[in-house]
Ligand binder design. Structure first.
Ligand code: BDR
Ligand code: CA
Length: 314
């Protein structure tokens, strides 16, 4: 059985990743913990509550977590995902509220409740996970696997030339987590953008499907799609990127990982030009033992198939 906890800055593709965990048969989703990132915390919590409701899974508890990075002001990605993080969709408010417990305590508690059995899917800045680690320094040993969408494998970032958004927003958290002795799998931006961007023609079956979930998917991704096509800082392609949901598909079905390797990864906190840069020691320069498995290639065809299958379930 696959037992997940998702830590998310819920907006855009975070929502698709949540839908996978909420709708895919055989997945047990223990909790959704929310962190500030793409949007402010309150909005990200609303988006998570709305998503569990749309998926018909309102029984899944949602916990609000850290509203800012460990030691820096928050940087958001409203310019990608819209002011609501949901493609300016003006959805009605969710009917349920977040739990009273803080997300960081929920993470620690859940890991201790299911030792060696819980996989954490971290798809936002790593603030909540770093705080949980500071409360329970053995967390990394208790969690079966920590999936991280973050960083780029020594290649172009998506918020600065050097950095991917999640690591840029809270580099200190990423730095601490990578030293946390987790069984970590990193899905970096370069793989996501190359193998996880689906072009308009590849999404045609989802358009044709016209299911409740497919309509929700297109609404939530509307701003991100515009960003991809038109924004001067976007890649200029007519399609949608799926960084978080590509990682989720890998966690559900490891055959989506087409190639990976184990390397020492570190994150730059201090650099003036390189804040959040993830250095992947491909050549063994540092003489440090590997601390993560880095995904190098993804099976785009299998991912596309899974996305279509999932969106057809409701
Ligand atoms: C990451 O940043 C966010 O905007 C996405 O949700 C994803 O987690 C990609 O860099
Ligand atoms: Ca995210």
């Amino acid at each position: 059985m696959t037992r997940f906890l998702i830590d998310t800055d819920t907006a855009g593709d975070d929502v698709t990743s949540l839908l996978f965990a909420l709708r895919w048969p055989g997945v047990t989703l223990e909790a959704v913990t929310v962190v500030a990132g793409n949007v402010y915390l309150e909005q990200a919590v609303t988006n998570a509550l709305l998503t569990v409701e749309v998926a018909g899974r309102s029984e899944i508890p949602v916990f609000a977590g850290c509203d800012e990075p460990l030691s820096r002001p928050l940087v958001t990605a409203h310019y990608v995902h819209g002011s609501d993080g949901m493609g300016e969709s003006t959805f009605p408010p969710p009917s349920k509220q977040a739990q009273r417990e803080h997300a960081v305590d929920a993470i620690v508690e859940c890991a201790n409740r299911y030792p060696d059995d819980l996989e954490i899917i971290a798809q936002g800045p790593l603030t909540n996970i770093a705080r949980a680690l500071s409360i329970d320094p053995e967390l990394g040993r208790k969690v079966a696997r920590l999936w991280i969408m973050g960083g780029a494998n020594n290649s172009l970032g998506n918020i600065t030339p050097a950095a991917e958004f999640n690591f840029y927003v809270d580099p200190e958290a990423a730095h601490a987590v990578l030293r946390g002795r987790f069984e970590a799998v990193i899905v970096p931006w370069d793989v996501c953008v190359r193998d996880g961007t689906l072009l308009a023609e590849e999404l045609a079956p989802v358009v044709e499907m016209d299911s409740m979930l497919s309509r929700f998917y297109f609404a939530v991704n509307r701003s991100a799609w515009d960003f991809m096509r038109e924004h001067p800082k976007g890649p200029g392609v007519d399609g949608v990127s799926h960084p978080d949901s590509l990682m989720m598909a890998m966690a559900i079905d490891p055959s989506v990982i087409a190639a990976s390797g184990r390397y020492f990864v570190d994150v730059e906190c201090a650099g003036e030009l390189t804040r959040g840069y993830s250095s992947v020691d491909l050549m063994g320069f540092t003489d440090q033992p590997p601390n993560a498995e880095i995904v190098l290639r993804a099976d785009k065809e299998r991912f596309t198939e899974m996305l279509i299958q999932m969106l057809a379930t409701g």
